[in-house]
Ligand binder design. Structure first.
Ligand SMILES: NC(=O)c1ccc[n+]([C@@H]2O[C@H](COP(=O)([O-])OP(=O)(O)OC[C@H]3O[C@@H](n4cnc5c(N)ncnc54)[C@H](O)[C@@H]3O)[C@@H](O)[C@H]2O)c1
Length: 387
């Protein structure tokens, strides 16, 4: 079995570190059942981290520009952990160079770009993947099994949310995430896309929606050198930059299968360090998920006897193949970084077996259509159809 040779782009950033760790770590849990990988190149524009990168992956080439990795004949997979505005250009160049591509979310700035990427990948027979890792926690496989087995009947309502508070404080600093040039869809592509990935995975396609995007603080201080989420003590002489993409949105949507959706997400929910959840109501039962109990799904069934009905708490456990890779006992939490390890293992399995796995660029395109529709709907103040 040959190693899939991986280049990680944006290697010093949060996702760059997590993805590099995931390739290095997944064989520890999965053996060679998902194939083998080797990180052969790390790309990082910030040159101050070159030494740290060499220590992290001693055999890897260190590049400063993404073009060097895309043009490297010894690279099979380009893994894009760069700011959103670079995803389309880099993914397109990589696919045209014949590389498989794993791209962080959102896949592209527009659905049109995402469509083009999915088409190139299909025509060239390349494996693609988008970094919607949250639904890859095995607890959501359990939710999907219950839905697919008809245990909750026909889905009538999806309620979903994701909130953080990094921008709750009006003095929280300006960063690329708040710059409409570098992250054109703001929180909609950032956090909204995670909720949309649950919708895509568990409910199906959205046909129309109305969104109310909002900005809470029109300007933020420019303070360099802070970690994501850190709020500075202001000196008073800071430059203030315009916030040019949304901080939050409330969305109503309709699904192709007749279900309705009610979704909200933001980066300004003061006190919410990371709030994520969904409630799915069907004609025979319901499912409720809350990230704070990361491996637990609550399941209500009308099949239970009258007088005995209520939500039962199910902790996904080792009877689920993927969970079992990490722990022989339930409730030994499989968390965020593990979901990225599962994701990396699945990317390598896809390439090794030439089998696409959810979420491919096709799914990433559907999610970009929802993002586009949110941006357009909020601008028009009207319902928007998704074709
Ligand atoms: N799936 C998830 O849960 C998740 C979580 C966080 C971020 N993301 C996505 O991952 C991507 C990266 O986010 P992050 O939080 O890691 O950002 P980050 O700012 O921590 O990292 C980005 C890195 O890219 C480098 N970089 C920027 N431009 C470059 C260029 N032209 N050439 C080479 N290097 C360059 C930066 O120096 C930085 O090290 C974004 O698209 C974001 O939406 C996904």
């Amino acid at each position: 079995m040959k190693d899939v040779r991986v280049a990680v782009l944006g290697a010093s950033g949060w996702m760059g570190k997590v993805h590099t760790m995931a390739y290095q770590t997944f064989p520890h849990f999965f053996g060679d059942s998902h194939g083998k990988a080797k990180v052969v190149a790390l790309v990082e524009g910030n040159s101050s981290s070159a030494q740290e990168l060499s220590e992290r992956a001693p055999d890897a080439k260190i590049y400063k520009t993404w073009q060097e990795a895309v043009n490297d004949p010894d690279v099979d997979l380009i893994d894009i952990c760069l700011p959103d505005n670079l995803h389309y250009d880099v993914a397109k160049a990589a696919l045209l160079a014949g590389k498989h591509v794993f791209c962080e979310k959102p896949l592209a700035d527009t659905a049109e770009e995402a469509r083009e990427l999915a088409d190139i990948a299909r025509d060239k027979g390349l494996i693609t993947r988008v970094g919607h890792a949250f639904p890859r926690n095995p607890v959501h496989d359990l939710a999907k099994e219950l839905i697919d087995a008809g245990e909750i009947g026909e889905i009538k309502l999806f309620k979903g949310c994701q909130h953080i508070d990094v921008y709750g404080d009006p003095h929280a600093p300006y960063m690329w995430r708040a710059n409409g040039d570098l992250a054109p869809t703001g929180i909609v592509g950032d956090t909204g896309s995670h909720v949309f990935s649950f919708m895509e995975f568990l409910v199906g396609n959205v046909t129309s929606l109305i969104a109310d995007n909002y900005i809470t603080a029109p300007k933020r201080p420019v303070v360099d050198g802070l970690a994501f989420g850190e709020v500075p003590e202001l000196k008073g002489d800071e430059e203030w930059a315009d916030i040019t993409n949304p901080d939050g949105s409330n969305v109503l949507c309709r699904f192709a299968n007749g279900a309705r959706g009610l979704v909200d997400f933001s980066r300004v929910a003061t006190g919410r360090k990371f709030m994520q959840g969904y409630e799915i109501y069907g004609t025979k039962g319901s499912l409720v998920y809350n990230y704070d109990e990361i491996n637990r799904i609550r399941f209500y069934s009308n099949n239970d006897g009258v007088g005995r009905r209520g939500f039962r708490e199910i902790d996904v456990g080792p009877e689920h193949e993927t969970f079992q890779k990490f722990s022989p006992l339930p409730n030994f939490a499989v968390g965020y970084n593990e979901s990225k390890i599962i994701e990396a293992a699945e990317v390598i399995k896809s390439i090794t077996e030439n089998q696409p796995m959810w979420p491919t660029f096709e799914n990433g395109h559907h999610i970009c259509q929802i993002i586009d529709a949110c941006m357009e709907s909020s601008r028009l103040n009207a319902w928007v159809d998704i074709k």
